[in-house]
Design a protein around this ligand. Structure first.
Ligand code: FES
Length: 290
């Protein structure tokens, strides 16, 4: 744990993180391929799901090294791990490029552990193919140690540092039940996002013509202020784009149009009373059009 915490503040990694961020963003501009790598179509990050493949194959291969007569099966599993580590790494780099500084530093060490593990398992496969089975087994054991250390750092990223979890998830639990007066409709500017408070919750409120929409203001990706974002038309509806990393949410229901966010932005039901008061209540997400 102390090593992971030290990595968060390792300034020596700052230069490499900045250079690699530029590289990844140029290689993977915002768009459909980036969304798929983030996991937008699945509603959750793709990287944690994929990590189970190489980890499972390599763990199984190392266990089989203790079972007589399993050399061929172990080799097959190592090869499968090497094949599946490619898409796993691609999803990881896509997510990594939209993390904050401390997360990126831990993410670099996580990626280095994964690369080290892949190299050791590739060397193990080569050694086994050359008839050096004992060397191959030792290299596999080293690979498993590296991938285990990388897994710890990945969980440090996901849990203590909150990469990949929704930063807006508690909102619907904290909002009081029932309808609540929010503000006067007349004070909302046309076509511009503004921030309004509902108790101690912050909402981003958007008026377009006679329609008013309200979402949690804290972006589900890493908590960016959505009310500072821009409005644009995308995915067949009006959307708000987060100013921090460009996650794009449909204002009608908070569904994700573009990542890196994968979790829906909590949406509120909105009505305007006869006296022109905007009222909100925590709403069930409505199915998005298309
Ligand atoms: S905080 Fe990253 S896209 Fe909003």
């Amino acid at each position: 744990m102390r090593v992971a915490e030290r990595l968060e503040h390792a300034r020596a990694l700052a230069g490499a993180a900045a250079a690699l961020t530029g590289l990844v963003r140029r290689a993977l501009p915002a768009g459909r391929p980036a969304d798929v790598l983030h996991g937008v179509p699945f509603g959750q990050p793709a990287h944690p799901a994929l990590t189970g493949l190489p980890l499972g194959f390599w763990t199984s291969a190392t266990v089989l090294d203790f079972v007589p007569g399993s050399e061929r099966a172990a080799r097959t599993l190592i090869a499968l791990g090497l094949v599946t580590v490619m898409p796993t790494a691609a999803t990881g780099w896509a997510d990594w490029s939209a993390l904050h500084r401390e997360q990126q530093r831990v993410g670099l060490a996580h990626a280095a552990s994964g690369a080290c593990a892949a190299t050791l398992f590739a060397a193990s496969l080569l050694a086994r193919s050359a008839g050096r089975a004992t060397t191959g087994r030792l290299l596999s054991a080293g690979g498993l140690a590296a991938v285990t250390a990388g897994g710890y750092l990945g969980r440090h990223l996901a849990f203590p540092l909150g990469a990949g979890t929704s930063h807006a998830e508690p909102v619907t639990h904290l909002a009081p039940l029932g309808w609540h007066d929010l503000c006067q409709a007349a004070e909302l500017p046309e076509g511009r996002a503004v921030r309004r408070r509902l108790g101690y919750l912050a909402l981003v409120v958007i008026r377009e013509g006679s329609g008013v929409s309200a979402l949690a203001d804290q972006c589900a990706h890493l908590g960016g202020p959505l009310h500072q974002g821009r409005l644009e038309s995308a995915g067949g509806g009006s959307c708000i784009v987060c100013p921090w990393h460009g996650s794009t949410f449909r204002v009608a229901d908070g569904s994700v149009v573009h990542g890196p966010a994968t979790a829906r932005q909590p949406a509120f039901e909105v009505r305007v009373s006869e006296s022109g008061v905007v009222q909100v209540r925590p709403g069930k997400p409505r199915p998005s059009p298309g």
